[in-house]
Design a protein around this ligand. Structure first.
Ligand SMILES: N[C@@H](CCC(=O)N[C@@H](CS)C(=O)NCC(=O)O)C(=O)O
Length: 213
């Protein structure tokens, strides 16, 4: 059986997938592209017409959602402790936080990034800052959930932590950390101390450096 191929850009939402592969011990063929691939790797559009990263190709199966890829990698060989199975305690919360991570938390972050970092010249910075505020307000659900808990679900580290954790990692790297509560900064520190996270980060950086030549 061929290895699943993960197309990504270093430090993008694809880090959720690279990280999940390391945690789950899935041997992936990681292909780091220049960002944004839409312009810098135009051939990629034939494979993924959205032009977005990450994308996982596993035989005939193709996925383009970072949180779905993380869950898929944690379960493709059968349920592991990284995922929560139907019938298990916190199964519903596991689904909820895994989807919440990108749809509700990362979404406003990316609007901020677009208008305040990438397209500053468009005159939409005020809108970007409004979305930054929205992002900070939307952390309340994770903040409350983690009161008295080390991880989001079932008292163990799962894909839900990878997916939500990435949004907190992104916040730090794009200048959105000021509104992140201290308790969530401590949670992020716990997550990024994991050896699988460090391996994933290093793998992506090595891929990025190899591109730069
Ligand atoms: N909901 C998708 C979003 C994918 C996405 O928009 N990725 C960004 C990078 S983090 C991207 O590819 N941007 C470049 C573009 O849209 O051209 C996911 O979670 O994977």
């Amino acid at each position: 059986m061929n290895k699943p191929i993960l197309y990504s850009c270093a430090r993008s939402r694809g880090l959720r997938a690279t990280w999940a592969a390391e945690e789950a011990g899935v041997d992936i063929d990681l292909r780091i592209l220049p960002f944004p691939p839409r312009y810098l790797a135009p051939g990629y559009m034939e494979l993924n017409p959205l032009g977005t990263v990450p994308m996982l190709v596993d035989g005939e199966t193709k996925l383009t959602e970072s949180c779905a890829i993380a869950h898929y990698l944690a379960t493709r060989g059968g349920y592991t402790s990284l995922a929560i199975a139907p019938g298990e305690r916190d199964y519903g919360e596991y689904c909820d936080f895994t989807y919440h991570a990108d749809a509700t938390i990362t979404f406003p972050q990316t609007v901020y990034m677009r208008f305040c970092l990438f397209e500053k010249d468009k005159g939409l910075e005020a809108a970007g800052h409004a979305y930054a505020k929205w992002f900070h307000k939307r952390l309340v659900k994770v903040e409350q959930r983690l009161q008295g808990r080390e991880y989001l679900c079932a008292d163990r580290f799962t894909v839900a932590d990878i997916c939500v954790g990435y949004a907190l990692i992104l916040a730090e790297s794009v200048g959105l950390d000021e509104g992140v509560p201290e308790s969530l900064k401590a949670y992020r520190a716990r997550l990024t101390a994991r050896s699988a996270y460090k391996r994933a980060f290093t793998r992506e950086e090595e891929g990025r450096k190899a591109l730069a030549g």
